[in-house]
Design a protein around this ligand. Structure first.
Ligand SMILES: [Fe+2]
Length: 264
C-alpha cells in the first residue's frame, strides 16, 4: 500500500479541531447524499443510533460531541489517531472500548471511494452502531482477542471484523438491511448491496466467515447475513479463537473474485 497523502488534523489550543470551509463542505456533501441513501437500506438499530448521534449536517463534528452520546449509551468513546495506526494500537484501543478515528476528511476528488478510513467513514459508518449494546460488546471482545493474537491469528480475525463491523447485513421483517459501516459510508456499495443481484448472501457462520478471503478495493462479492443483531452477543460469547484455529487448519475458501493485478 502506498503511503497516505492524508494527515489527521490536530486540535488547536482551544481543544477543538478547526476544519477548513472546504473540509466542512465535503462533510456536508457526504452527509446529504448518504442520509438519503441509507433510508430503508440501513437496519433500524443503525438509524436509531444515527438519530441519537444527531451528527451536524454542515460541519465536521468534534469527537467530544460524539462521546457525549456514545459513553452513556455503551461506555464506548472515539479516540483521535493519525491516518494509519499499527495493529497493536488498533486492538489496544478496541480492547479499552475506544474506537479509533483519524481526524481527516477525504478530498472532493476522493468523494466516492477512499481506501483509508476517514472521519466520515468512522463517524457516519460506525458510531451509530456503537450505541447498540450487542454491537458494542462484540467489538469490545474482538479487540481483546486481537490484542492477544499472533499475526497469523489476526489475519483470520480480520475476516470476522470485515464481514460484520465493516460489511455485515441483517435479516429483518422488512427484508435484508445493512449494519456494516464499510457499506453505509459508501453510496455505491449501499445501493449495490441492497439492489443488485450480483453479490451472494450467505447466512452468518463463524467458520465460513473466518475462511472467506476478501479484497478491500472492490464491491464485495459475498456478504454474510445475521438473523438478529443480538446474535452478536452470542458470537461474542463463543470460543472464537478455537474457531480461528479450526479455520487455520482447514484453510481459506477459494476466492470468488479475480486476484488483484500486481503492477508490472
Ligand atoms: Fe471501518
Amino acid at each position: 500500500m502506498t503511503a497516505s497523502t492524508y494527515v489527521a488534523r490536530k486540535p488547536g489550543p482551544d481543544g477543538n479541531i478547526h476544519y477548513t470551509e472546504e473540509e466542512n463542505a465535503v462533510w456536508q456533501t457526504l452527509m446529504t447524499r448518504q442520509l438519503n441513501c441509507v433510508q430503508h437500506r440501513a437496519c433500524n438499530e443503525y438509524l436509531t443510533g444515527l438519530a441519537r448521534l444527531d451528527l451536524p449536517r454542515d460541519r465536521i463534528p468534534q469527537l467530544d460531541e460524539i462521546n457525549r452520546v456514545l459513553q452513556p449509551a455503551t461506555g464506548w468513546r472515539v479516540a483521535r489517531v493519525p491516518a494509519l495506526i499499527s495493529f497493536d494500537r488498533f486492538f489496544e484501543l478496541l480492547a479499552s472500548q475506544q474506537f479509533p478515528v483519524a481526524t481527516f476528511i477525504r478530498r472532493r476528488e476522493d468523494l466516492d471511494y477512499l481506501q483509508e478510513p476517514d472521519i466520515f467513514h468512522e463517524l457516519f459508518g460506525h458510531c451509530a452502531m456503537l450505541t447498540h449494546p450487542a454491537f458494542a460488546r462484540f467489538t469490545h471482545i474482538y479487540g481483546q482477542l486481537g490484542q492477544n493474537a499472533t499475526p497469523r491469528e489476526r489475519g483470520f480475525l480480520a475476516r470476522l471484523y470485515w464481514f460484520t463491523v465493516e460489511f455485515g447485513l441483517l435479516n429483518t421483517l422488512e427484508g435484508r438491511r445493512i449494519y456494516g459501516g464499510g457499506i453505509l459510508s459508501s453510496p455505491g456499495e449501499t445501493q449495490y448491496a441492497f439492489e443488485s443481484d450480483k453479490p451472494e448472501f450467505r447466512p452468518f457462520n463463524m467458520l465460513d466467515v473466518l475462511r472467506t478471503p476478501y479484497r478491500i478495493d472492490i464491491m464485495q462479492p459475498i456478504y454474510y447475513v445475521l438473523d438478529s443483531l443480538d446474535d452478536l452477543f452470542a458470537i461474542a460469547g463463543m470460543n472464537i479463537m478455537a474457531e480461528v484455529h479450526k479455520a487455520q487448519q482447514m484453510g481459506l475458501f477459494a476466492p470468488t473474485f479475480t486476484p488483484k493485478q500486481t503492477a508490472v
